[in-house]
Write a protein that binds this ligand. Sequence first.
Ligand SMILES: [Mn+2]
Length: 426
Amino acid sequence: MQLTKDQIRSQDGNHLDRHNKDYDYLADRLGEAGTDVEGVTDALAAFQVAVPSWALGAGGTRFGRFSFHGEPGSLEQKIDDVGILHALTQTAGAVSLHIPWDTPTDYAAVKQRAENHGLVFDAINSNTFQDQPDAEHSYKHGSLSAGDEGARRQAIEHNLEVIEIGSKLGSKSLTVWLADGTNFPGQRNFQRNLMQTEDSLKQIYAGLPADWKLFIEYKPYEPNFYSTVIQDWGTSFMLANACGERAYTLVDLGHHLPNSNIEQIVSTLMLKGKLGGFHFNDSKYGDDDLTVGSIKPYALFLIFNELVYGMQNNPQNPDLAWMIDASHNIKDPLEDLIQSLEAIQEAYAKALLVDQNRLAAAQRDHDVVACQEILQDAYRTDVRPLVQRARLSRGGALDPLRAYRGLDVRNLLIRERGKHTVATGL
Ligand SMILES: [Mn+2]
C-alpha cells in the first residue's frame, strides 16, 4: 500500500489557512529576534529518522502481547508501513532491519520497494539475545562474551553475515546490542567477559567494509539483572576505541539509570568524535520504550540542544544515525510512531532556536539566570508551525495523525492483510 500526494493533500482541507497565519506570526517574531527561520525549516526538512522493522507491530511485555490488527506480516509489508509514515511525515526516510527476521529472499525487489517509498536502509541490527530454532549453540550464557567458544564463534559469524546482508541493501552501519551479562554475583568473571567481548567485537570490526561503521550500544540492566557486559557509555566508548576509528558508541535514551545526565554523555561523546548512533524513546522508570517526548519532553530538548551544538561545533564527529527504538503496547504502532516523529521534530526545532551566541556570552558573564532564560525561551516557543512548514515543503501532511485517521489507513491495511497478522522481530 502506498499513499499518494493527492490523498495526503486532500486531508489538509481548510486547515492550511490557519497554518499560514500561525507560521507568518511565528516567523515574524523569530525573525525579529534574529533567528534564521528559513535555515531552521530547511534543517527540519532535511532531518530523517530511521524506523526499525520491530516497531511496526504491537510490542509487549513479559506478561503478554496484545496483537494489533493489520500488522505487517512480511519484510515487504514492513517497508510499506515505513513508506506510509514517510509519506505522511516526510521525516521517516529510512528503515532499520533486524536479522534474522528481515533477511530478504529477493534483494533487488526489496531494494526497489524501499526506493518506491523514498526509503534507504540505515543501520542494520544483529541479534544474539535469543536462540534461533536451527541454531547449533545457545546464547543462554552469553554470545560475544560467551565462555563457550562455539556460541561465541556463532555470534561473531552471525554479525559478519548481517554485514553481508546489509551490504547488499545499501546499509552502511551495523548496530550491536548485547544482552550478555549475569543475573547473580559470582556467576561469571567480569574481566573475562569483557575481554572476550572486546575480542569478538574486534573480529566483527575486521569484517566491516571500508565505508561502514560499527555502533556499540550499551544498557545498564535487563535481561540480566546483576551485571551487563556493556552496561554504560564508558564501556562502549572504551570498546569502540579498542576496535578502531570506525567504531562508535550508540546512545539509546532508555538505556540509562534514572536521572542520568544524558545530555552531558552526548556532549562528551561528540567532543571525542565517538557518537555514532542515537535511539529515541521515552521512559518513566527504565527501558520503558514509550513514545518519544511523552514523559520528559524538557529532557529531550536539553539532549537535542547538545546534539545541535555538537553538529554545529564538532566536525570530528560523524553524521549521526537516528532511529526510533520504541515499543507500542496499546497504541496503533503507526499512530505512536507519528507521535514520536512529531516530538523529535519539535525538540530539534526548539534546540535550533537556542541563541548559542547569547548563551555563550551569558556563560562568560556567569549570568546563570540568563543562561536558563535563553534555554527556556527556546523551549517554550510553540514551534509546530515551523515543523508543519518543513513537512509541507516536502509534500507531507499538514497534520500527519489527522491525515492517517482521515484516510482510514489502519482499516485499509486490515482489508489488505487481514486481521490476525503478526509482525516478527520484536
Ligand atoms: Mn536501542
